[in-house]
Design a protein around this ligand. Structure first.
Ligand SMILES: Cc1ncc(COP(=O)(O)O)c(C=O)c1O
Length: 413
């Protein structure tokens, strides 16, 4: 392209806004010399950062309890075990989902049962009816890249059958559905605060729930079985002690995460404004549709998706956008579970006896082969992601829309 090519805009959501607010809270932790969440230098008082983060998080989501942990993966492991998912159980999960959604289920001893996505790139409620068995204990609903799944029919379908709903909100902190924040619809929800997420502290996670028992179990699972006095002030303990892992968040992570949580609405507003400059201009382009969205008032808007009718158009379309310095991708780190390395044999766990697939006679077993997912294969082979950053300018957004229209004319015209 010519030397007048527009420079590539700087990507990033919360990470791009790290600044004075994060700095001030981190310095506060360091100056007090109190980086541990459960006690400070007097070994008695509760330091403020993680506790305040949990309080503001549950208020923001509109739920009763929030527990900070050290990653989104840790949040999934804790939440699944807190619901009582374990060996012999099945958990329904979209095949198109992040590594941890699958591995966290496997690590409880339960078997992930893979569902198709629809054009929203999320799970439709009809997949629960198709895949449920007497062993189904839970469904993990991933709100993929800023757009809520269609929660009302999902929750109705799952609860009618006595199945728990876990909302994985790792990629969608701040999105809402029918006027309520996602994470407040299911029995439990998890979040990630990893670097690429809406809000970040490098590594971090959150478990939220309205259920006192799930909260207490999650606390114990995250802290070596302990239920410390701080949590007893929130919910008095009822459960017999059991063995837990160590998934605690530090005050340093909590400080950054707190400053970032306070910026989520700003990030959401900016990304939605950028998206609103782009999407209306693309409606009606022949052979191209936009990601289905069950509630256009609620999404975060940081990653519009184009779905091309013709899969052969995807590679040239992307190359031409890239040549115009438009950030775009066919993948976002997510790809189908059935194509992942750990799926090469049913002995996918560190110790083969703990694999939920150890008794499978053939592998890949039915339900774990690409041919079993015609809809997911078709959709994911046809889309182009247009990631936006919170620092993108209006002119950057206009350049994206201009480029898509021009490239559409060249490739699909
Ligand atoms: C849908 C989903 N779930 C869980 C996770 C895991 O989060 P973390 O990287 O904080 O462990 C991610 C991270 O990318 C994710 O996208």
């Amino acid at each position: 392209m010519s030397s007048s090519l527009r420079p590539r805009p700087v990507p990033g959501l919360g990470s791009a806004l790290i600044g004075a607010e994060e700095e001030a809270l981190v310095l506060d932790v360091l100056r007090r010399k109190e980086p541990f969440r459960y006690y400070g230098t007097d070994f008695k008082s509760t330091p403020p950062m993680v506790a305040t983060l949990e309080k503001e998080f549950r208020e923001y989501i509109g739920t009763d309890y929030a527990l900070a942990v050290n990653s989104g993966t840790g949040a999934l492991e804790v939440a699944l075990a807190a619901m009582g998912v374990g060996p012999g159980d099945e958990v329904i999960l979209t095949a198109w989902s992040w590594i941890s959604c699958f591995t966290a289920i496997v690590r409880t001893g339960a078997r992930p049962v893979l569902a198709e996505i629809d054009e929203s790139l999320n799970m439709p409620a009809t997949e629960i009816a198709r895949l449920v068995t007497p062993r189904t204990r839970a469904v993990v609903v991933v709100h993929y890249q800023g757009v809520a799944a269609d929660m009302e029919p999902i929750v109705l379908e799952a609860h009618r059958r006595g199945i728990f709903v876990l909302e994985d909100c790792a990629q969608s902190l701040g999105a809402s559905y029918r006027g309520r924040k996602i994470g407040s619809w299911g029995d439990v929800a998890t979040y990630s605060l990893q670097y690429n997420k809406v809000a970040t502290c490098g590594e971090g996670g959150m478990v939220v729930t309205r259920d006192q028992r799930i909260y207490e179990r999650a606390v114990r699972l995250s802290d070596l079985g302990n239920y410390r006095p701080y949590h007893a002030t929130i919910v008095p303990p009822h459960e017999a002690a059991f063995v837990g892992g160590q998934y605690r968040m530090s005050e340093l992570q909590g400080a950054v995460a707190l400053a970032q949580l306070r910026k989520v609405e700003q990030i959401r507003a900016r990304c939605r404004a950028l998206q609103a400059r782009i999407l209306p201009r693309l409606a009606g382009l022949k052979g191209l549709s936009l990601r289905k969205n069950p509630d256009p008032d609620g999404d975060l808007g940081f990653e519009p998706y184009l779905l091309l009718d013709n899969p052969a158009h995807v590679a040239p379309f992307r190359e031409k956008l890239d040549a115009r310095n438009v950030n775009c991708g066919a993948r976002t780190g997510t790809y189908p579970q059935y194509n992942r390395d750990y799926m090469k044999s049913p002995h996918m766990t560190a110790h083969p006896a703990t694999s939920p697939f150890r008794d499978c006679q053939e592998w890949p077993a039915p339900g774990y082969r690409p041919a079993d997912f015609p809809r997911t294969e078709s959709i994911t082979g046809r889309f182009i992601a247009l990631p936006l950053g919170v620092l993108y300018t209006d002119a950057d957004a206009d350049h994206i829309a201009d480029s898509v229209i021009a490239v559409h004319g060249e490739v699909c015209g």
